[in-house]
Ligand binder design. Structure first.
Ligand code: ZN
Length: 341
């Protein structure tokens, strides 16, 4: 619609429409925007462009349209402005820069939040993308989500760590004769070559509270410094910290000023195994919530995805949080990735 006609219509609506008609218009506009969510996000982002993503210069002028029909900008390069002279659009500098097929983004975000595998996404009739594109889009969306500021935990907070095998899945060195680690390639389901915990394991620390807010952090090694660094700023001072008694958690509780409760793992003798443990009392303190979260983590990473590369583990931890607490609408996932990118 041309600009003059749009202006006339807006003025007519403003002058003549009743309140009921305006409310009806609001509902219809919201529905239309939900259908064209990615275009709406790009347009909103474009109107908010205030500085150059390359040099943070603020002298910006409109510079025609790009191949996709989006508004292009140029950073002015003059003696006063000190700009870089480069061009960009509303998506430059975000996770969506140079990403094609915006009409499929919200559908993809819906698949991602429901934990659909790449094979099923590619087979889906409404997603005309290749498997490689599906994989790249997954990490385009998850990388900014993984980098978002962690939530703040409070009340009863359970903390524990779990371990994954250090993995170089997809590393080209395996096929080119330059193995990334001094060992033969491992196949899905096989175990570590060394017994017990070793450098072949990667620890993941989880803190979770009763409202379901949680922090998952891949650590380089299980040390007091890293545990305190990961959860120290995120646990509220007056909370109750439930752990398995590792000394690092006592230090953590002291650092944040929380009350520390220790729970020993249940003894699994043959009689208890045969008869089952007594049922848990509702509301009783323990480590059930964090253990359940780790079980879902293992299911997604080891069973559904058949192992993931350690390099991408933080992204998949973000995916787990997305799958456990899916947003009410796919545009929320896109919006979060936009905001973080
Ligand atoms: Zn610039």
């Amino acid at each position: 619609m041309d600009r003059a006609r749009f202006e006339t219509l807006t003025q007519e609506i403003a002058a003549q429409a009743t309140v009921e008609q305006l409310l009806d218009l609001e509902t219809r506009t919201a529905r239309l925007l939900a259908e064209r969510v990615s275009e709406a996000l790009v347009a909103r982002r474009t109107t908010a462009v205030r500085q150059c993503p390359h040099c943070s210069g603020t002298k910006i002028v409109r510079h025609g349209r790009d191949g996709g029909g989006r508004q292009r900008f140029r950073c002015l390069k003059t003696d006063e402005s000190h700009g870089c002279g480069r061009t960009f659009n509303g998506l430059s500098g975000t996770a969506f820069a140079r990403m094609r097929k915006p009409e499929l983004w919200s559908g993809y975000a819906r698949h991602l939040a429901s934990g659909t595998s790449l094979t099923k996404i590619v087979e889906c009739s409404d997603m005309a993308i290749s498997r490689h594109t599906a994989w790249r889009w997954r990490h385009r969306l998850l990388t900014p989500l993984a980098a978002t500021k962690p939530e703040r935990l409070g009340g009863v907070v359970e903390a524990d760590e779990t371990f994954f095998l250090r993995s170089f899945k997809g590393h080209r060195g395996w096929k080119r004769g330059k193995a990334p680690e001094n060992r033969p390639p491992r196949y899905p389901g096989s175990k570590a070559l060394l017994s017990g915990l070793s450098h072949q394991h990667v620890p993941v620390l989880t803190g979770i509270d009763r409202d379901g807010r949680c922090i998952d952090k891949r650590m380089d090694r299980r040390s007091t410094d890293q545990i305190v660094a990961a959860l120290g700023g995120a646990v509220a001072p007056d909370s109750v910290l439930c752990t398995d008694g590792l000394s690092a958690y006592a230090t953590l509780a002291k650092t944040v000023g929380a009350e520390h409760r220790v729970f020993d793992p249940p003894e699994d003798d043959w009689l208890k195994k045969a008869m089952g443990h007594p049922s848990r009392q509702k509301g009783a303190l323990g480590l059930g919530r964090v253990n359940g979260h780790h079980e879902r983590m293992k299911t997604l990473i080891n069973r559904v995805l058949r192992g993931v590369s350690t390099k991408f583990l933080p992204n998949y931890l973000a995916m787990l949080r997305l799958v456990c607490r899916p947003p009410s609408a796919p545009q929320d996932t896109l919006q979060a990735a936009f905001a973080a990118g």
